[in-house]
Design a protein around this ligand. Structure first.
Ligand code: PMP
Length: 366
């Protein structure tokens, strides 16, 4: 028995919109092969880890003090990594792009405001909206999951959002939206345009980014993360690039000292070792492309992906298939349109384990 008077959630004065809500998150199961959260399967090298340990130890020497509230050194490093003439005044950083997106909606969403995104898409967006009291509306993507300026501007005309949210490559479909489309949208709408480029480094031409448009559009925000290509999911570092005024807005709503000294230190080490941290991106991209071809040959329906994950189906009983793959020691994600599952690229051994796990299912008649 747990100590305390014993009270259930139903007896607590929970905000009405939270009643019945479940905490978000994919299952964190202890299985040999985990391919369900689009992580990078390669940990940092011993050299990078030793450097992280040294810098965390150095940070501990002044851990009695609050960290740099503005995270200026880290923001300068992120600006240098992105290029495009950006500097620290263009960059905002937080604990994962989840928190960055929350800051954006705290600053620019809120009661009476609307955020619009295009489904199927990342399942956390409605939660950021709920938590910031922002109305969340969606419009469907084209049948093939692509977006074009006509579809986006028509949805903007219909819903009149304050914030438009475009994910490219999109999660869970892996679909790229060309920079040309983002450019046309920025020319034709006057709301804030947030482009979530969490998986940009995995695309065929990573430099082909909406970052190139920032010099022309003051209401454009590009978000990125160190969780995927940078193999730093556990470090919790996401960031945005935008006009300095957007950064100033985020600075108003953030909690003071939101980035711990250790997080700032580790992120800076990862950036200093970026050659190595990003070294597996190409290999993961190839693994992902190879798996798409294998799946097609195996008769599966595959959404063409420009990312490190694949949406595949179509299964009459996707939960049953998910469970059967899990029973064989491989965890994939039950997400996206009915009948589909999502798998992220792992090591060659992990990809082999997946092929072996799904083999018997594909061999079954019907
Ligand atoms: N955006 C997209 C499209 C994502 O898929 C994810 C992670 N699954 C995130 C943002 C959040 O990443 P993080 O908070 O780890 O930076």
């Amino acid at each position: 028995r747990t100590p305390g008077p014993g009270i259930s959630l139903a007896e607590l004065p929970l905000r009405p919109e939270l009643v019945g809500a479940e905490p978000y998150g994919a299952p964190q199961l202890d299985v040999p092969v985990r391919l369900n959260t689009n992580e990078n399967p390669y940990p940092p090298s011993a050299r990078a880890r030793a450097h992280m340990a040294r810098e965390v130890e150095r940070a501990a020497g002044s851990i009695n003090r609050y960290p740099d509230r503005e995270a200026l050194a880290l923001r300068a490093d992120l600006a240098a990594y992105l290029g495009f003439g950006l500097d620290s005044s263009n960059i905002w950083v937080a604990n994962g792009s989840n928190e960055v997106m929350t800051h954006i909606l705290q600053a620019f969403g809120g009661p009476g405001r609307t955020v619009l995104s295009f489904t199927p898409t990342y399942s956390m967006y409605p939660e950021y909206a709920r938590n910031t009291h922002t109305r969340y509306v969606t419009a469907p993507r084209r049948e093939d999951h692509t977006l074009d300026a006509e579809l986006v501007t028509a949805a903007v005309a219909e819903h009149r959002p304050d914030v438009l949210l475009i994910t490219t490559p999109n999660n869970p479909t892996g679909t790229l939206t060309p920079v040309k489309v983002i450019e046309e949208v920025c020319e034709r709408v006057d709301c804030l345009v947030v482009v979530d480029e969490a998986y940009q480094e995995f695309t065929e031409v990573p430099e082909d980014s909406s970052l190139a448009l920032l010099a022309r559009f003051g209401r454009l925000i590009v978000t990125r993360t160190m969780s995927k290509a940078f193999a730093l999911a556990g470090g919790r570092v996401g960031y945005l690039a935008a006009a300095p005024a957007v950064v100033d807005a985020c600075r108003i709503v953030r909690l003071p000292y939101h980035m711990s000294a250790q997080t700032q230190a580790i992120a800076r080490v990862a950036l200093a070792h970026r050659g190595e941290m990003l070294a597996q991106v190409q290999a993961l991209r190839e693994e992902c492309q190879g798996m798409q071809e294998w799946m097609r040959r195996a008769g599966l329906e595959v959404v063409p992906s420009q990312s490190n994950f694949i949406l595949f189906g179509r299964f009459a009983d996707r939960h049953g298939v998910w469970q059967e793959i899990l029973d064989a020691g491989v965890l994939v994600r039950e997400v996206g349109p009915e009948g589909f599952l999502r798998l992220n690229a792992g090591t060659p051994d992990e990809m082999r384990a997946f092929r072996e796990a799904i083999g018997p299912i594909l061999a079954r008649p019907g």
